[in-house]
Write a protein that binds this ligand. Structure first.
Ligand code: ZN
Length: 166
């Protein structure tokens, strides 16, 4: 089922925006990989955690000539990479960290598309895909259960005893 797209830009005025951008947004949302939708705003970057002296898969720390490090993390779900740098012999923390991102092909929305779709549209599309898959699986499970029940023949009705009366 194609996603429902706003008929007007998500962020207000229609001036300067084109139908071709809207169609590109619709097309992107309908065809984008589910991992790209699921990762919006919530990548699964590996932690900076040594296990037996080794960083986990998907994270690299490269020492630079000035004794700083460039740390590159790769999301195992979507393949997005982000790199940041420490300061020499220390940590450049908090909001000072500047992440440089590299996105896999197809991750980024086409130019102008964010005029037409919001993060919530992406999350709604992802949920639609998940919900439809869950419902299809549930339907199959119910059908299998019905068939198993039919193969087993009619269910025995438990004997009911009535107590007393008179
Ligand atoms: Zn990701």
């Amino acid at each position: 089922m194609p996603p429902k797209l706003a008929l007007a830009p998500a962020h207000g005025s229609t001036s300067g925006y084109t139908d071709s951008e809207r169609l590109a947004a619709l097309n992107w949302l309908a065809n984008v990989e589910s991992a790209f939708l699921a990762c919006r705003g919530r990548h699964n970057f590996p932690k900076l955690l040594l296990t037996e002296g080794q960083l986990p898969p998907g994270i690299r720390a490269e020492r630079q000539a000035d004794r700083s490090y460039n740390i590159t993390e790769t999301c195992p779900d979507c393949g997005t990479r982000r790199t940041y740098s420490t300061v020499p012999d220390g940590w450049l923390g908090g909001l000072k960290i500047h992440y440089r991102y590299e996105w896999p092909d197809g991750y980024r929305v086409p130019p102008g598309a964010m005029t037409w779709i919001t993060l919530d549209d992406m999350k709604a599309e992802q949920w639609t895909r998940v919900r439809e898959a869950l419902e299809a699986a549930d339907k199959l499970a119910r059908k299998a259960k019905r068939q198993a029940g039919a193969a087993a023949g009619p269910r025995a009705v438990p004997a009911v005893r009535f107590n007393g009366g008179a």
